[in-house]
Write a new protein. Structure first.
Length: 698
């Protein structure tokens, strides 16, 4: 690697490495480049003087490359790999001349003093082009397959895993090691699912674009979008600028799931090849002045916390095993300071802000992909079911045409007809295809709700077990109260014991109510489809939550204006909508900026005629501080919440239920009570003789 870096500093565009018989001691290593080469004087006064380097005299090459090293020590270890070294070099300053230097390390090692073995530079005519070739014979150690893989990775990542993006190309010819050839071959980068390109300009302002697998721009974000913090204590913080050097962050994300979409599977021809490639190059690598800086992106060095964030919130996030990224930094003002041991950069504000820029760009990507997935998923199951029914209906019509139910009625289509065979095949394929769509849609819902099922089961068990202790506490407190009354004067009991006893009993009853609440929501009969009155469900849900609301001094105003209207669904669906909206509204009053507000929740229902259909509109308003710190679009996404310990699934559940019922939902930052407003439209039929309101609810 030191010899390859020397080639880079010589302004070479190509560096060719050849290994021969390297799997056992005594092999040969050749490193050849087409750089500027060295004159005899440069070879003698620079290359041969250990600890001296021309790089310390000039920070840039003639080709404007930033020089890699400054100590002039790296080549010593490289040249000592074998027993004999030959350096042949042709300088661009002396065309037609070649300088040859040979070093016999065995002879030097056996001499009493280094000076006893003179090193001679032989100058001779040459017709070869400029460049330098270092040949190391008699390699002291054998190279294992593992060594070869590490070498291939280091070479591949030196200027980036994509040769076409670099003006310095490294090739490796090692017939004994197939691993090197495979890894150095053309990478499967064109088979990505998503590609991120994020930039940080000279003013410290960020921007980003997310491309799909067709390399079409799907989402773009400016500084206010990309730089916004979406996690931790700094949530929603947008710095005016990042105090980091200009940078470009490019990341390719791959879908290695066998269940990937059919279109994507057609692009990803060889998933196993991609997996092997990503095992070597996966992660985000940092390139300073076009050369990679270790250890960023090395195995075990997840310096952007990609895997940690994926494990805590796996929604559509890449890992170091499914993505490769490059951060390119020119750093013209030398803002990044290398550590003394060259193991990365010092944690200055410039480096930390560069790191923060990349992290926030990844969070922006996660949010855009989540929005996309949810847009695709919402209502997908219901739409797929409709398509299945349509396909099955067409298929049944075809069967009826072949075999009418009445035996005296001749078939409309002859069984042997070619047109029949074609139609039969087409319709059967349509049925199977739409059924597959329904299965795929339901699978995505299953993944989202599987974790909720575990929580619900555990909650039901704990709630059931909590009922007995709650009842026992009430009985025991009453027993203690009776015994105390017998032993103390009435005035003493009233002054010292009456209030604590009542508080204990009320607290136990509250615990009992809370235990009954999840058990009530999980009753099996509530999952049966029926005609459900939303008004009745609203009244029942408020009664169920009454103690919870009373404990928090929250008043509920029921303004129910559609008593006869019903929705064909399950009680569980309507209760899920109401319980989540009530819980969210109640939680709004726990915020610091809601301390002095009157605690009021208003639940309103109205029957409307909209889009040529009768609909019931459910509106939940609260007098809290409103919706802040999150966009109205993101509030419906799973995992997005303004609560410190919230799951971010409540409104997602509401949205999914409404979509399945072919309704719609809307969130507003402020309603008529000054706080948040959530509205839900559900298709319904008014009771017989009841006329709908022919206007839209505002």
């Amino acid at each position: 690697m030191e010899l390859v870096r020397n080639a880079y500093d010589a302004d070479a565009t190509n560096c060719h490495i050849r290994l021969k018989d390297a799997s056992s001691p005594g092999g040969t290593l050749v490193v050849e480049d087409n750089g500027d080469g060295m004159t005899a004087e440069q070879l003698a006064q620079g290359f041969l003087l250990i600890g001296k380097s021309s790089k310390s005299m000039s920070t840039h090459t003639a080709g404007k490359r930033r020089r890699v090293g400054e100590k002039g020590l790296g080549r010593l270890a490289a040249l000592r790999l074998g027993t004999r070294v030959t350096v042949s070099t042709r300088s661009s300053a002396q065309p037609g001349r070649e300088q040859i230097l040979s070093i016999d390390w065995d002879r030097i090692d056996s001499a009493e003093a280094v000076e006893d073995v003179p090193l001679v530079v032989d100058s001779r005519p040459s017709s070869l082009a400029k460049g330098t070739t270092v040949t190391i014979n008699g390699l002291r150690d054998a190279m294992s397959s593992k060594d070869a893989e590490r070498l291939a990775r280091a070479l591949l990542l030196l200027t980036g895993p994509f040769a076409e993006k670099s003006d310095f190309r490294v090739q490796c010819d090692a017939p004994e090691f197939g691993t090197i050839a495979k890894l150095m071959d053309k990478p499967p980068v064109s088979q990505f699912e998503f590609r991120l390109v994020a930039t940080l300009d000279s003013e410290g302002r960020a921007a980003a674009t997310l491309y799909n697998w067709r390399d079409e721009a799907e989402y773009t974000g400016d500084h206010n979008d990309v730089a916004k913090s979406r996690t931790g204590r700094k949530k929603n913080d947008v710095p005016e600028r990042f105090f980091a050097p200009p940078a470009t962050f490019e990341m390719w994300m791959f879908n290695l799931n066998p269940g990937a979409s059919k279109k994507l599977r057609n692009v990803q021809q060889n998933t196993e090849e991609i997996k092997r490639w990503l095992r070597v190059v996966g992660g985000v690598h940092l390139y300073h002045r076009r050369l990679r800086v270790q250890p960023y992106g090395d195995a075990g060095n997840d310096w952007l916390g990609i895997n940690l964030r994926r494990s805590s919130s796996p929604e559509v996030r890449p890992s170091t095993n499914t993505s490769v990224g490059l951060i390119q930094v020119a750093d013209p003002d030398n803002l990044l300071r290398p550590k003394t041991d060259r193991g990365g950069f010092v944690d200055t504000i410039a480096f930390l802000d560069l790191q923060e820029f990349a992290k926030r760009a990844l969070e922006w990507v996660a949010e855009q992909r989540l929005v996309q997935r949810e847009q695709r998923r919402v209502g997908a199951a219901a739409k797929a079911r409709d398509r299945v029914e349509e396909a099955e209906s067409r298929f049944q019509n075809l069967i009826d045409a072949i075999s009418p139910g009445d035996p005296d009625t001749p078939p409309l289509i002859e069984v042997s007809s070619p047109a029949l065979i074609e139609s039969f095949t087409t319709e059967a394929a349509a049925v199977f295809a739409t059924q597959r769509e329904e299965i795929d849609a339901l699978r995505e819902d299953l993944l989202l709700y599987r974790s909720l099922a575990t929580v619900g089961t555990s909650t039901a068990v704990f709630a059931h077990e909590a009922l007995r202790p709650a009842a026992r506490i009430i009985n025991e407190v009453k027993t203690v109260s009776r015994r105390v009354k017998k032993r103390v004067p009435p005035n003493v009991y009233e002054q010292q014991f009456d209030e604590p006893v009542e508080i204990a009993i009320e607290s136990a009853r509250t615990l009992e109510t809370f235990a009954k609440l999840p058990l009530s929501l999980l009753e099996k009969k509530k999952r049966e489809i029926a005609e459900i009155s939303v008004d009745v469900a609203c009244s029942a849900m408020v009664a169920l939550f009454s103690r919870y609301l009373d404990e928090r001094s929250i008043k509920v105003d029921l303004d129910l204006g559609a008593p006869q209207a019903k929705v064909r669904t399950t009680i569980a669906d309507i209760e899920s909508i109401l319980s989540n909206l009530l819980a969210n509204a109640a939680h709004a009053f726990t915020r610091m900026d809601a301390a002095d507000r009157e605690r009021l929740i208003r639940i309103r229902t109205r029957l409307v005629y909209e889009n040529a259909a009768n609909q019931i509109v459910l509106t939940v308003d609260d007098s809290g501080p409103g919706i802040d710190g999150i966009s109205l679009k993101a509030i419906w996404l799973p995992g997005k919440t303004t609560r410190d310990n919230g799951t971010g699934l409540g409104l997602t559940i509401v949205r999914d239920i409404v979509a399945d019922l072919k309704g719609r939902n809307e969130a507003r930052r402020r309603g008529e009570l000054g706080g948040a407003r959530i509205m839900v439209w559900l298709p319904t039929k008014p009771a017989e003789g009841e006329a709908p309101h022919e206007k839209r609810v505002s």
